[in-house]
Design a protein around this ligand. Structure first.
Ligand SMILES: Cc1cc2nc3c(=O)[nH]c(=O)nc-3n(C[C@H](O)[C@H](O)[C@H](O)COP(=O)(O)O)c2cc1C
Ligand code: SF4
Length: 427
C-alpha cells in the first residue's frame, strides 16, 4: 500500500463537517489570503498552469489553460462549480463537500479571483441535500469571518457564492445544459461554439469546473506548483485523484491516491479487498457507464489519464465499476443503454432515437431472440450517433455497445447460438 496521505479526503468518514476554526487550524484560507492580497489573477493562472492540474470532471482538460481562455476586460464573469455528480458509480464530490466544505469554498475564492469573477454558483444535484446544507452553512461562516463577501481582506475584490440545487437529470452535469438549468430553462445542451469561456451563463464569460478540480486549487497555491508536481506522474498526470470503486469488490469506497500510483489490479486487490468469493475480474468500467470497458488483460494499466487512454478507454471521472466473471456483458450493455435512453435530453435525433434502438436490440440479443445481423446493426447504429450529436452523452451511449462487442463478441454469439442467456439469471 502507498504511504500517501490524502489531501482532499483527509477527513473522510467524519460524521460532521470540518468547522471554519478546524479548517483554519490546518492552514485553511492562508492560500486565499496570500492570493487576494499579494497576487495578480494572471499569476494565479500561471501557477495553476505550472501545476499541470487537469479537470477531474471527466475530460481531463488542463484547468489553468481553461481559465486563460476567459477574456480580460470589464463586465461580469462567472464561475460555476459542477457538483451535479450523476455519473453511475461516482460519489467523490459528495464526500469532499460533506466532510470539508471550506476546502471547496477556499478553492472557489481563489479560482473566481483568477478569472476576475465576482459571483460563483455551486450547481449541486438535488439529491445531495446534506452536502447542500453544509455548503450553505459554511458559506455563511466564511462570509461572517470576512473571507468572502464585500471588499475581502480590505481589498477591492468582492465575491458572492450561491448554492443552486439541481434539477435532477444526468444531463444537468453537461456544462452547457447546466448553464441552461441555472438560467431556469430545461437542461438541453447548447451548440458550440461559442464555448462557455467566451459566452456562458447569461451570455457572459463563464468557467465550469468540477468540485474535485476546485478542491485541488488551495493546495497548489498553499504549497506551490513545484510541490504539486511531485505528486503523480509529471508533466501531464499530476496531483491526487479520488478513485470511486464499486461493483464486485469487497471494500467499495473512495480511495484518494496520486495519479498513476497504482494499477487497476492494485486498486481492486489491495484497496478494494478483491472480488467477493475470489472470483476473477472480467472487466472494469473506468468511468461509470461512459467509457469503454477495460478487459481483464489490461488490469496492469496504471490509473492515470494517458495510460488508461493508451489502453483504449478513458479515466473520465474515475468511477470504477468492477464486473466479475459471472457478469453477462450483453446484459451489462443493455442496462447501461437503458440508462442513456432514459437520460437523453432528446434534442438531437440520432441520440434520442438511436439510444432507444440500441437498447431494444440489446434486450433482444440478451433474451436470446437476436440474430448475427443484430450485432452489425448495433455497430451501424452506433456509427450514426458517435460524433454526430451536440454533446458527449450521445458518444458515451455508444461505448457500452462498441466496447463489449470489441472485447466480448463471443458472448453475443453464445446468446444467439443458445437462444438464451448463458449466465445465471440472478446476475
Ligand atoms: C452527459 C454528461 C454529464 C456530465 N456530468 C458531469 C458531472 O456530473 N460533474 C462534472 O463535473 N462534470 C460532468 N460532465 C463534464 C462537464 O461537461 C464538464 O466537462 C466539467 O464539469 C468540466 O470540469 P473540469 O474541467 O473541472 O473537469 C458531464 C458531461 C456530460 C456530457
Ligand atoms: S447528444 Fe443526446 S443528450 Fe446530448 S444534446 Fe443531443 S439529444 Fe441531448
Amino acid at each position: 500500500m502507498s504511504d500517501y496521505q490524502p489531501l482532499l479526503l483527509a477527513h473522510a468518514g467524519r460524521p460532521t463537517p470540518l468547522s471554519l476554526e478546524e479548517y483554519q487550524a490546518e492552514d485553511g484560507y492562508t492560500a486565499w489570503k496570500k492570493v487576494a492580497t499579494e497576487m495578480t489573477p494572471e499569476a494565479v493562472i500561471e501557477e495553476v498552469k505550472a501545476s499541470g492540474l487537469r479537470g477531474r470532471g471527466g475530460a481531463g482538460f488542463p484547468t489553468g489553460m481553461k481559465w486563460s481562455f476567459v477574456p480580460k476586460g470589464p463586465g461580469d464573469k462567472y464561475l460555476c462549480v459542477n457538483a451535479d455528480e450523476s455519473e453511475p458509480g461516482t460519489f467523490k464530490d459528495r464526500e469532499i463537500m460533506e466532510t470539508n466544505p471550506h476546502l471547496l469554498i477556499e478553492g472557489i475564492a481563489i479560482s473566481a479571483y483568477a478569472i476576475s469573477s465576482r459571483v460563483a454558483f455551486i450547481y449541486i444535484r438535488g439529491e445531495y441535500a446534506v452536502a447542500a446544507d453544509r455548503l450553505d452553512a459554511a458559506i455563511a461562516e466564511a462570509k461572517a469571518a470576512g473571507l468572502i463577501g464585500n471588499k475581502i481582506f480590505g481589498t477591492e475584490y468582492s465575491l458572492e457564492i450561491h448554492v443552486f440545487r439541481g434539477a435532477g437529470a444526468y444531463i444537468c452535469g453537461e456544462e452547457t445544459a447546466l448553464l441552461e438549468s441555472l438560467e431556469g430553462r430545461r437542461p438541453m445542451p447548447r451548440s458550440r461554439p461559442p464555448f462557455p469561456a467566451v459566452e456562458g451563463l447569461y451570455r457572459r464569460p463563464t468557467v465550469v469546473n468540477n468540485v474535485e478540480t476546485i478542491a485541488n486549487v488551495p493546495f497548489i497555491l498553499r504549497h506551490g506548483a513545484a510541490w504539486y508536481t511531485t505528486i503523480g506522474v509529471p508533466p501531464k498526470n499530476t496531483g491526487p485523484k479520488i478513485f470511486c470503486l464499486s461493483g464486485r469488490v469487497n471494500r467499495p469506497g473512495n480511495y484518494e491516491l496520486p495519479l498513476g500510483a497504482v494499477t487497476f489490479r492494485e486498486l481492486i486487490d489491495t484497496y478494494g479487498g478483491g472480488v467477493p468469493g475470489g472470483r476473477a475480474v472480467k472487466g472494469v468500467l473506468p468511468a461509470g457507464a461512459s467509457a469503454p470497458v477495460v478487459p481483464a488483460d489490461k488490469l496492469d494499466t496504471k490509473l492515470d489519464y494517458d495510460s488508461v487512454a493508451a489502453a483504449g478507454s478513458m479515466l473520465g471521472s474515475a468511477s470504477l465499476i468492477v464486473l466479475d466473471e459471472t457478469t453477462c456483458m450483453v446484459r451489462a450493455a443493455a442496462r447501461m443503454e437503458e440508462f442513456f435512453r432514459h437520460e437523453s435530453c432528446g434534442k438531437c435525433t440520432p441520440c434520442r432515437e438511436g439510444t432507444g434502438w440500441l437498447h431494444k436490440v440489446l434486450v433482444r440479443l440478451e433474451e436470446g431472440r437476436g440474430t448475427a445481423a443484430d450485432i452489425d446493426l448495433l455497430l451501424s447504429l452506433s456509427g450514426e450517433i458517435n460524433g454526430k450529436v451536440l454533446c458527449a452523452l450521445g458518444d458515451f451511449a455508444t461505448s457500452p455497445v462498441t466496447a463489449t462487442i470489441r472485447h466480448f463478441r463471443e458472448e453475443y454469439v453464445r446468446h444467439i447460438e443458445l437462444g438464451r442467456c448463458p449466465f445465471p439469471s440472478w446476475n
